[in-house]
Design a protein around this ligand. Sequence first.
Ligand code: DGY
Length: 394
Amino acid sequence: MTGGTETTVAGFPVRVFNEGGSSRVVVTKPLPGDRWLDILQHAGCRVEVCESPKTILSVGDIAALIGPQCDGVIGQLTEDWSAPLFGTLKRAGGRAFSTYAVGYNNVKVHDATNLGIPVGNTPGVLTDTTAEIAAALALAAARRVVEADKFMRAGNYEGWLPTLFVGSLLQGKTCGIVGAGRIGFSFAKMLVEGHKMDLVYYDLFPQPKLEQYFSAYGEFLKAQGERPVTVRRLETVEAVLREADLVSLHCALDASTHHLIDAAHLRLMKPDAVLVNAARGEVIDEAALVAHLETHPDFRAGLDVYEHEPRMAAGLAECDNAVVVPHIASASLYTRGGMATLAAANVAAVLRGFPAWRDPSDVAPFLEGDVAAMPPAAPSIVNAADLGLALYAP
Ligand code: DGY
């Protein structure tokens, strides 16, 4: 993000781009790259980016930034987007909102729908980036990378020993995924192809594309004279937990997945299993996980997300058998830039009266090239159907 002029709005430092723009768009955090700014400016927007050092803005802070007149907002996953803020936006004349995230459990979509406000999100650019962090956590946890790194830096290494930081081998074992959407599929490819793991998965629906992919891969391995990997959909989450040596969670957070992994479910897992969560913290009962880690030293966890972010459950920081990172699964330059592009394209398109893009899983046409030549559509509007928005027909 370069250029713009500095000003103050409701006491917050704000950088303004395209001052004379006809629609006012508030962006609650600076976003990476410049393409998103080009998109909004091309759509005739005056863009006001809040540069407050406060990490999480409150509802009151954002309402103050919205002020008496505002056409659209790009918000963050740390913010409470429900009736009070959507009401403020509506009263200010707001017509468009996009969250800068694919997950939108912090957005009460029905509150926006009730007020006729389309809600955008940013699918399609996080898939491999998020799967890579899940894979990194899986390997780091299984092979005790962080513990060993700390040991080394502390100057404790006195020489090679047969018993030093012995961990678990993933190669050839069983990988389990809970939620076999885009990210789960990508994670499975990394572990099955890279580590020749068998795959078991739980998803509400059978995933024929995924099954065909890994069956064909098994055939390929067989033709090479190697052990063929297998793929199976299991009927329950419990069955996956029992069978897998590595379980990675890739489900959305809703009432049915809140505390999906609790004390009883953890007890079903192998004592030396690895559990990875790069989905949403509330999917795991984190206090129960800490208790399990404390009593099962060979059990390992790799966590990107937490039940009460930004806090971790009491005791988790002391568990050497957990690898913990601060919700960075989407933190690659490609992804964060792409998320900014999609959030801006959502807001710009809605303000220009464009329809919703037909296939939010294929957002490639928005990511590159001249912004003037982008499809005249909003890449992903989650309440498009409820609002009766037209779909883009090229
Ligand atoms: C998302 O977009 O939902 C991710 O959690 C951000 O990393």
